[in-house]
Design a protein around this ligand. Structure first.
Ligand code: FEO
Length: 399
């Protein structure tokens, strides 16, 4: 909408100049975005001016208009690149072209990426390391290296004076909203932040754990991530991350299955009923229609994974195999699994999946492979599988 140029002051002379991408429905061709997303960029105005991150290149014009409503573009002294992925760094070249004296502030690991992906010349870069400062005059920026949340070059930037922490992807949420602050967004926020965490941070949970400690050490009054709402109640998202990264796993199993003629699904139902009777919650996903974001979110605190995959021409059904690819990517904390399967004329899926799960570090609690629909005896074996998994989950939690 021409003429409307919304910016938000999140601390004195610290402005959100980001954009909402209401209509994006898939991120990285993987992550479903039911509510779109946002690309947050922040302008810090002291005697000198710094821009922290930019926006997706599709929204470069809007970013430039927003900055220009607060200061002349030519007055930007620093462009801080917390993260080199194009959804945040994709407008850097346009901003730097409008601000010819500006330096790009980045980590040493970010420098070659900025050169290759964003065409920034070395002479315009200022490499910083953990603990370095830039005095803007009236505002001080401090840099905190926080690698691998999400790429190897990532860092946090603090405005020391106002205890604002620009955390990049860390603490983000894919959620477009007309309001900016976490308390304005309400209860819808944390489920989206959890899905985001599961898909972006859980695969590198050891680095997320370290980044959480670094973020806590900053004692932020405001957490301003690169996607989604700004937290003026930072404890809200830090305690959620604490739980997702380190909290106890739930008395819960995630079941991922596919079924061509209903036989594998009958096994799934028997196993699920058995777990339920033992007091263990099972979240089933038929892989034909399941949303990978929903699966990832449930994997955050699940104790076990149950895979139901028929054999198709001597191999695991390809849709079932996609679950293994997803597990390999997500690297959930649950490290025990069970496999069930059916076949028409020849089996084999279970052994192949067992080998793959072994390779991912899973302990296999039980397997079951049958021909066609389950008989009464085979159904009883599925019930026993459920009991075995329930017993293991309860024992592992000390219940
Ligand atoms: Fe939002 Fe890793 O970029």
């Amino acid at each position: 909408m021409p003429g409307i140029c919304k910016t938000v002051e999140i601390a004195p002379k610290v402005y959100w100049v980001g954009v909402e991408d209401w209509h994006k429905r898939l991120f990285d061709c993987l992550v479903p975005l039911p509510y779109g997303t946002s690309y947050n960029s922040y302008l810090v105005i002291g005697n000198k001016v710094a821009l922290v991150d930019t926006v997706h290149p599709n929204f470069g014009d809007e970013l430039l208009r927003k900055i220009a409503s607060l200061t002349e573009l030519v007055k930007i002294d620093y462009v801080v690149m917390n993260h080199a992925e194009p959804d945040h760094a994709g407008s850097i070249s346009r901003v730097m072209a409008q601000a010819p004296a500006a330096k790009l502030v980045l980590t040493s690991k970010a420098a070659p990426i900025a050169r290759k992906l964003h065409g920034v010349e070395e002479g315009r870069m200022m490499v910083v390391k953990d603990g370095d400062y830039i005095e803007l005059g009236g505002k001080t920026l401090k840099f905190v290296e926080s690698p691998w949340v999400h790429w190897p070059e990532t860092m946090f930037t603090q405005v020391i004076d106002d205890k604002v922490l620009f955390s990049g992807d860390f603490f983000g949420a894919h959620l477009a909203s007309d309001v900016l602050f976490d308390d304005e967004v309400g209860d819808i926020l944390l489920p989206h932040a959890r899905t985001y965490y599961a898909l972006i941070m859980m695969p590198l949970i050891f680095m997320a754990d370290k980044a959480l400690e670094k973020a806590k050490a900053c004692r932020p009054a405001v957490i301003a991530p690169s996607h989604g709402p700004v937290y003026r109640n930072p404890e809200r998202i830090m305690s959620a991350y604490e739980k997702w990264i380190r909290g106890p796993l739930e008395k819960k199993a995630v079941m991922l299955y596919v079924s061509m003629y209903g036989a594998t699904e009958k096994l799934a139902e028997a196993i699920k009923s058995s777990l339920s009777a033992e007091g263990v919650n099972t979240v089933p996903f038929n892989l034909v229609s399941a949303d990978p974001g929903h699966i990832a979110s449930e994997m955050v605190d699940s104790s076990a994974v149950l895979l139901g995959v028929p054999t198709l021409l001597g191999n695991p059904h390809p849709v079932g195999s996609s679950a293994l690819t997803l597990l390999k990517y997500l690297r959930p904390r649950a490290k025990c699994a069970a496999i069930f399967s059916s076949y028409g004329w020849s089996g084999g899926a279970v052994n192949i999946i067992r080998t793959q799960l072994d390779g991912l570090g899973f302990k296999i609690l039980d397997t079951l492979e049958i021909q066609g629909p389950p008989t009464r005896e085979e159904t009883e074996k599925a019930v026993e599988m459920g009991k075995k998994i329930a017993a293991w989950i309860k024992e592992s939690r000390g219940v």
